[in-house]
Design a protein around this ligand. Structure first.
Ligand SMILES: Nc1nc2c(ncn2[C@@H]2O[C@H](COP(=O)(O)OP(=O)(O)OP(=O)(O)O)[C@@H](O)[C@H]2O)c(=O)[nH]1
Ligand SMILES: [Mg+2]
Length: 205
């Protein structure tokens, strides 16, 4: 997969919006979490309905976009998929800025990725601005027989930290659209109460 790098202003998407439609709001999302938990495949599944069994590590940052309908409003999600490897951590930190939603992901079959969440959450609160919506994603539900983190434990973590929570499978597509749609719904609700929330807001009709 290609790497976008840079500030994002001139970057070309790795994953293209399948249909180019006009939209009322542009929401910037960022996906973070340890390496190899399926962030890139979640994005690929959401944007392109595809899964790659042997995907490569993300180098730096990539992005994709897709427009969705939320409460009869067309919303374009611009999703930044960051590299989970520790050596890219400082690059990742630059991408929280301007994001209205952060998806913090772990792999339900690897307990260490769940234990890293506190550190990802701390970065997210530190480097994002304002009232960012944070979604906890437990990925790889298709591998339930290898599960190392129970749904209940993750649910409690999410409640304690005020996060939306979904278990997903980038492989089967389970809950992937739902996670993006529900989070966009919440961002839209917040935006209606506080229009200042979204610095990237663009109205295009
Ligand atoms: N079974 C299963 N495998 C998955 C799923 N999601 C991702 N994978 C596999 O897990 C591996 C890592 O997936 P990636 O999407 O590249 O992981 P990543 O989080 O983007 O990793 P970094 O880019 O290094 O941060 C790949 O071999 C994927 O095929 C899933 O939902 N189920
Ligand atoms: Mg990746």
């Amino acid at each position: 997969m290609a790497c976008c790098g840079g500030s994002g202003n001139n970057a070309q998407p790795t994953f293209n919006d399948r249909k180019s439609t006009s939209y009322l709001h542009l929401f910037k999302y960022i996906m973070v979490g340890d390496s190899a938990i399926g962030k890139s495949n979640l994005l690929l599944q959401f944007v392109d309905k595809r899964f790659t069994p042997n995907s490569e590590f993300t180098i730096g940052v990539e992005f994709g976009s897709r427009s969705i309908n939320v409460n009869n409003k067309q919303i374009k999600l611009q999703i930044w998929d960051t590299a989970g490897q520790e050596k890219f951590r400082s690059i990742t930190r630059a991408y929280y800025r301007g994001a209205v939603c952060a998806m913090i992901c772990y792999d339900i079959t690897r307990r260490d990725t769940f234990e890293s969440l506190t550190s990802w959450l701390s970065d997210c609160r530190k480097f994002s601005c304002g009232d960012v919506t944070i979604v906890l994603i437990g990925n790889k539900t298709d591998l339930d027989s290898n599960r190392q983190v129970s749904t209940q434990e993750a649910k409690e973590f999410a409640e304690k930290n005020n996060l939306l929570f979904f278990e997903t499978s980038a492989k089967t597509g389970h809950n992937v659209d739902l996670a993006f749609e529900k989070s966009a719904e919440l961002v839209l609700e917040k935006l209606q109460k506080n229009p200042e929330l979204n610095g990237n807001n663009v109205s295009v009709d």
